[in-house]
Design a protein around this ligand. Structure first.
Ligand code: NAD
Length: 245
């Protein structure tokens, strides 16, 4: 670790020590160190070659028209059921347990924050762990979808199963948005990490932060870098992993 990074982590430590209502706002970059590719990094899904662009495949209209194509991509790239939480997930869970963090607001759909022990996780874009039959509403877990050997159908009525994830063209859950907004508004420190801040309306939530400790930890530049009181261009697992709670 170089000196500059070490200094920034020390500043992060001081800010964390002073805070008791921390909110974390994160995205796909939080899980890359667990082996799940993000969308926009050079080795992310947008740079791999598919017949359709990932945004197209992961849209509501595409899902309805081409469920087989959707599931081929989804089962292969989005359902990483063997992934384990990394140091970032674990440190955030510890911060919550010690009463310093009030919520994790995530754009991720992989369930790794909960797997690490976090309790208050506001999943803006849903979760791959929940799946429902579109016809009768029966619940299915992620293993059922992964092992379907093609497009998963309901074992009770034969209906098409849809993951409980927010696809492009779909709206976000009002209650989760409201809870996320309230937690961010009441926070005394906001840590943003592993997100390009390019996906709206999720990224707009950070505008509700009223405190003066805004930390941004991201490997590449974001449109909000200039607003950060502390900008750490590093790997989130390495950075958060170094904090003492
Ligand atoms: P994104 O792919 O647009 O951006 C990820 C950002 O994280 C990039 O700026 C990248 O530089 C940074 N990053 C990557 N690894 C990092 C690391 N180890 N430490 C610090 N920064 C790192 O992701 P997004 O902003 O979350 O938006 C993409 C959408 O894709 C979200 O809506 C999300 O639902 C979905 N998505 C989720 C997963 C998942 O659940 N794990 C994976 C891929 C995409």
């Amino acid at each position: 670790m170089d000196n500059e990074l070490r200094e920034k982590i020390e500043q992060l430590q001081e800010m964390t020590d002073k805070s008791s209502r921390i909110v974390f706002f994160g995205g796909a970059g939080v899980s890359t160190e667990s082996g799940i590719p993000d969308f926009r990094s050079v080795d992310g899904l947008y740079h791999m070659k598919y017949e359709y662009r990932p945004e197209t495949i992961l849209s509501h209209s595409f899902f309805m028209k081409h469920p087989d194509e959707f599931y081929r991509f989804y089962q292969d790239k989005m359902l990483c059921l063997d992934a384990e939480p990394n140091a970032a997930h674990r440190k955030l869970a510890e911060m919550e347990e010690k009463g310093k963090l009030t919520a994790v607001v995530t754009q991720n759909i992989d369930g790794l924050h909960q797997k690490a022990g976090s309790k208050k996780v506001l999943e803006l874009h849903g979760s791959v762990l929940r799946n429902y039959c579109m016809k009768c509403g029966k619940f299915f877990d992620a293993e059922y979808v992964k092992n379907a050997g093609g497009t998963p159908h309901c074992d009770a009525c034969g209906g098409l199963i849809k993951p409980d994830v927010v696809l492009y063209e779909e709206g976000l859950d009002d209650q989760i948005m409201h809870e996320a907004l309230t937690n961010i508004y009441q926070a005394d420190m906001l840590i943003i990490g592993g997100t390009s801040l390019a996906v709206y309306p999720a990224a707009g939530l950070i505008d509700y932060f009223r405190g003066d400790r805004l930390v941004l930890i991201n490997k590449s530049p974001t449109p909000r870098d200039e607003f950060a009181s502390l900008l750490i261009p590093g790997k989130i697992g390495e950075v958060l992993g170094a904090i003492r709670v």
